[in-house]
Design a protein around this ligand. Structure first.
Ligand code: PMP
Length: 360
């Protein structure tokens, strides 16, 4: 039985990685101990975290003036950590409200007492398109421009060629749901963060890539959210999430083996096209995002009828296509096609949509 898991996260992981974890679980590298048991202070784990960091650095081409941090607290933790660390000059943030998670980040920064200026939003369009700043932004006015690079729920993406203008302002990008799924230049960003549970690893580790000069040693922040101790102690000033970091390391090696992010993006484009091409022809199911802004990793669609959508969820589940239901805040349907989803998964979904369409 082949089950395809389209969950938005935690999500599908590469099969060879799951198999490797299974093989190594009782005894890591012949140590007689499981990765679930070893001390984070052991040389064995030090080697794992060092290699994982180096592999992420290689894959993303991270320049030397950036730090890669392994944090906890997920994307939601970063909604607080980013302003607490980076917004202490003007205490003012420009933010593009592109959907649910962007609004969440805006609310958290506002709750913490920062002045959040929504410089563009597409609420009136139900967030089916991307907002851009309505005026020129400058770092003399704002600490940074905050963006949600891939909108997991709405299915839109600021791809590398349609990023908002950031020549005079520091760009911050939440890449939780398309981290390492497509090419970006790290140097376009002051900070990138991503919870691992979509494209990288099981839930529990959050990757932060931050330009060194932005780290504020005087930031008044609970230690667990403060980037400075992560830098000083190599992400190990307290106990790090050992297992997710180990799994992230295996996924990074798997991705390197495939040829890196550019090769992955090519596959992801083919995979997404399987579904988008079908949706563009379908008389029953529709995607409402314009092609240039469509997400490769989270593809939203609907019949326009909530009952019919629910019937399709049941139909898909009977065919072992799991977690097709859209996010509870927007309804409809959504297929997450992360790096580890094989193209056969997208094809199986299209077959199933087609079958359903013929009888409805
Ligand atoms: N940002 C984006 C784009 C997300 O998709 C999510 C989670 N789905 C979050 C932030 C919140 O992340 P977490 O659940 O790790 O706190």
């Amino acid at each position: 039985m082949t089950v395809y898991n389209f969950s938005a996260g935690p999500a599908v992981m590469p099969k060879p990685v799951i198999e490797q974890i299974q093989r190594e679980l009782p005894s890591l590298q012949g140590s007689g101990m499981s990765i679930l048991e070893i001390s984070h202070r052991s040389q064995r784990f030090q080697d794992i975290i060092d290699t994982t960091k180096q592999d992420l650095k290689d894959l993303l081409n991270v320049p030397d003036n950036y730090e890669i941090l392994f944090c906890q607290g997920g994307g939601t933790g970063q909604f607080a950590a980013v302003p607490l660390n980076l917004a202490n000059h003007h205490r003012k943030i420009a933010l593009l409200d592109s959907g649910h998670w962007a609004s969440g980040a805006a609310n958290e920064a506002t709750n913490l007492g920062y002045d959040v200026d929504i410089v563009g939003n597409t609420k009136a369009d139900n967030y089916q398109s991307l907002p851009y700043p309505d005026h020129e932004l400058s770092s003399s006015q704002y600490d940074y421009l905050y963006t949600t690079i891939n909108n997991t729920i709405e299915g839109t993406t600021y791809h590398n060629d349609i990023l908002p203008d950031h020549k005079d302002i520091t760009l911050v990008g939440d890449m939780s749901s398309n981290f390492m799924a497509e090419h970006y230049n790290v140097s376009d960003f002051g900070l990138i963060f991503a919870g691992a549970q979509k494209n990288l690893a099981p839930a529990g580790v959050t990757i932060v890539i931050v330009r060194k000069d932005l780290i504020d040693p005087a930031a008044h922040t609970p230690k667990i959210l403060n980037y400075e101790p992560y830098v000083k102690k190599d992400s190990m000033f307290n106990t790090p999430p050992v297992f997710p970091i180990y799994a992230a390391g295996l996924v990074a090696k798997w991705l390197k083996g495939l040829g890196g992010i550019d090769a992955m993006e090519k596959i992801n484009r083919q995979k997404a096209a399987v579904l988008y091409d079908y949706l563009d022809e379908s008389k029953l199911f529709k995607n409402h995002v314009k092609p240039s802004e469509r997400s490769l990793t989270n593809i939203t669609f609907t019949t326009g009828d909530a009952d019919l959508d629910a019937q399709f969820v049941d139909f898909a589940t009977q065919h072992d296509l799991i977690s097709i239901k859209g996010h509870r805040s927007v309804g409809g349907l959504r297929a997450s096609l992360y790096n580890a989803m094989p193209i056969d998964g997208a094809k199986a979904l299209v077959d199933c949509l087609h079958q359903f369409e013929q009888t409805h």
